[in-house]
Design a protein. Sequence first.
Length: 636
Amino acid sequence: MWYYDFIIPDFLVLFVFAGFYLSKRRISIRLTRSFLALLSIEIVVLTLDLLGSLSTEDFVHCPQILTVTANVLYFCFYTLRTLLFFICTCYIVKIRFRRIVPLVVVSGLVFVFSELVSLSNFFYPVLFSITDGKYVNGSYYDLIYISSCYFLLASFLVTVIYRKNLTRKGFYSVLIFNLILLTGYTFRILFKNLLIMDLFCTTTLLIIYLSFENPDLFIEEKTGLFNRRAFSVYVEEISSVKSSVLMGFTIHNYGELRETYGRVQMDKGLYIIGQYMMKEFNALSSFYLGDGKFAFAGKSVSLDPVYLHEKLNRRFARVWRDGDDTELYLEIGFAAVNVKLDSVSPLKLINSLASSLNAIEKTAGSFTLIDEKKIAEGEHTQVVKRAVEKAVENNTVELFLQPLIDARSEKLIGAEALARIRDDDGKIVPPGEFIKIAEKNGRINMLGEQIFEKTCKFIKDNNIQEKGLSWINVNLSPIQLLRRDLNERFSSIIRKYDVDASLIHLEVTEEAMIDPSLLENQMSVMGASGFQFSLDDFGSGFSNFTRLKSCPFKNVKFDMSIVWDYIKNQDKILPALVKTFKEMNFTVTAEGVETRETVDSLKAVGCDYLQGYYFSKPVPCEEFLEFMKQKTTAPL
């Protein structure tokens, strides 16, 4: 018979697919349940479709009650299948049904009404009748397809409204499988005798699996554990359960150990740890989040954080060995969420755990409980991250300037360019907060370049030399110094604004001197383009006179900590440093100048330039221009 060509292959595909699906580990409980229900219902629908068709064609030898029952049940499960596709769509777009109560109520009423109409066909031929061995459509036959189209429309509606919950790929995947269903319904309505609707449904199931349920999307290769994406999905699901637990640990100094042991050895170690976690803590789901960070999550409360921490510490106190090839000695830091998961949003939970693991990576043996305060701190970090992203993307990083004062005349001689960004409320974000974040997420390159360009524009627009300003210092982050094209990019900006490179002094922090060869090369190349350099924050990091001599610095700026320490206890260290630097032909700048006493003391020891709140805090460009008017008339 002709319909074997469509139904039998569908049967084979679904049974093979179901067996493969059940053999794999999955993370999304709700989506998995709805997907398994869809697989089961699709097999039932195919079976009833086949039975209904066979019994109708062989009506003479088949009892009428069996024929009617097969066809009625087919319509019942047909409607149930469309409802499940809608539910599956809701799970994919991560909608809590309590947020769409009106739509849920209407959908329930449509489903119940459709089922009642289907069942009523036992008593009255509303959908179909079988007369003289022939199948005849009833007056309300199209009602089943109308209800199916309603669920399809509802699926499109929630997908569009809640598209922000999906990635771009996920959004288009949902649209595509719903469009395939729409095509199937259209063919069914237009060509009622063409039994290919199940082919469209089977195709839709395959797309849902490949896009959202494929285990390869959720398994991390190095460890065999669930990955970061799976962690996000799972935490969102268990966050509504009061008894859920969420914990994690990080390998101490993972980056350095990876260099020490080597990539191959360390990857083997990660795999051994992953297998240990799955075996010893099978009551919880285990995750590898990358960079030596692991997590546990689950609904079980049988493994409390203290017990888990102690057990992990005992294991990590022993060597991790895999035959003769791998032998690793590792230490960990541990963190556990100490609030009810249903009282905090999933995103805040994930961000708080991630922030805590990052914070304890350098502290072996630490045990951190994440309470409401730490979660609030994590949320603040996310606010700062968003502010950085917004400022860089929209080029709204603001240029502030802080005066540099000639110590002898106490007149304005230069300035330091400083970046400032604002949060959504328009408040200035402290630079100590956003600079670190910008360096971690790579935004520091664009942020630094924008400040450099705005400094060039300020110099061009205000002709600072005519007004007596000799230069403006611009900070260089260590991350920026890693760019091989830094000189090319900065030089092109200099040419764009027709500014002399000598008017901009680049401040390099001591931290950047950890890799002296790279620093020397960058400074040599940029020095040839006319840039001059100042060593920033001397006394706060990796002080090294050998490195200092090998790099073409013109100025050394003392960190405020060394200045304040000298003012508090005037020993011979700072005067000796000033004398040494001046003998090495460096000029000396002191920052953190906040009192008249400090001014006099630093002048007495021979500092060339002063910077601090005593003269002015960092101010917007407009305020700095007003400040410049006083530069030559009298000491400040």
